[in-house]
Design a binder for this molecule. Sequence first.
Ligand code: UD1
Ligand code: CA
Length: 460
Amino acid sequence: MNAPINVLILAAGLGTRMKSDQAKVLHKLGSRPLIAHVLRTAMKLNPEKVFVVVGHQAESVEQAARAAVDAAGAEKLSFVLQLEQRGTGHAVICAAEAMKQCRGSLLILYGDTPLVRPETLQNLIAEHERGKYAATFLTIRLANLPPYGRIIRDPQGNFLKIIEERDCTPEQRAINELNPGLYCFGMAALFGALKKLEPANVQKEYYLTDVPEHMLAEGHSVMALFHENAAELDGINTRADLAEMWKRMRLQTIHRLMDSGVTIVDPDSTYIDDSVTIGRDTIIHPQVMIEGDSRIGRNCRINSWSHLTNVEIGDECQVLNNCVMVDSKLTAHNSIGPFAHLRMQAELAEEAVIGNFVEVKKSKLGRKTKSMHLTYLGDATIGDRVNIGASTVTCNYDGKQKHQTIIEDDVKIGSDTMLVAPVRVGHGAVSGAGSVIIEDVPPDTLVAGVPAKVKKKLKE
Ligand code: UD1
Ligand code: CA
């Protein structure tokens, strides 16, 4: 690809058929909104600029779009406001001013077509440039005839025009070559044709789909390029479309994972995002959900009813039943649960273990440290080989601020100990059951009571 490529994504519509107060492109497919899928794919083409037309909930859509790209992508991104949604052609007209400095070809995508692969778009662009067409766009064939624009050709098979389903005669409606809505245009020819658009149709909208016909009338050449894999170019119009696509995407991901050596006990009840990677010989039990940017290592076991979001899990780890883990890390040889909750950068060093009903928030547990039952560890830094007895609580919140608890190596915290933060427990110290620790504990001492007092020095 020599000429620069620019991308325009149309995302201003509400999506009436979703029956939602939320703009359609904000609805999620997997863990990402529709707009994020399209944008991430667009960025893979290494475009010069990417314009997004926003309208309904413009601010939220803009935010979702920015969140979907990295810093380099953000530099390329700009937004155009379409105040009133008067059709896909009108959306492009609204963007014309912002794009007037752009040269080369313009790829136009709809924000509701999330599964298209970058290779497909690359082919479209390459074909467009090879044939020096004014417009090149993909067509598909579907027997069930969704409400897509119909591709009208002459008896020789030359493309004539696209007619929206609502504007079709019954004969035209029966045509099964359809417009999935992915186009590549020459900038100058596009700007010329936009001037010719008129809302002379049932919806009284300016249709982008009228552009190719106008280009032909001007003597330009236009290419309607048949694409075999129709499912890839599906658009979302209804909640049922969304659920159906989500399911398809999940199964694709699950098959990719199984092919790479992951055991998925029950593919039908396992929910794994396309962004997730999992190492060989890891076993995923039924009813597990793994979302976001999650990485799981080799030889792990993820048991049923666990929900993992943005996690990093090293090799040989076990996540027992019913764990919830968000933005957190297991290093290697860890076991958590059943019923454990890790969140906000919780991190377990190698061989650390947390058990039933243990919550770890914004805390680090050192190597071989254990906390097996009914415990809250928040804003804590805990050393190696520490044992935390049942029902321990880091009392990190004084009603106004959160405070830190530091527990050094080789400490034994007795059952039902309250650690009133900020507080530090020195290495080798021991607390008796039921202690309320309100001040720092020196190393190698035994403390007990309420409030906890030094009972004896354990080592000189
Ligand atoms: C469009 C095509 C149709 C194609 C179908 C494929 C037109 C006229 N029709 O129909 O031929 O088969 O997609 O899915 O283009 N949008 C705006 N501003 C507007 C209107 C729409 O930004 O004023 C955006 C929407 O947010 C959406 C996209 O354009 O992301 C497509 O709009 P939608 O209303 O879904 O078009 P369809 O009726 O599906
Ligand atoms: Ca649509």
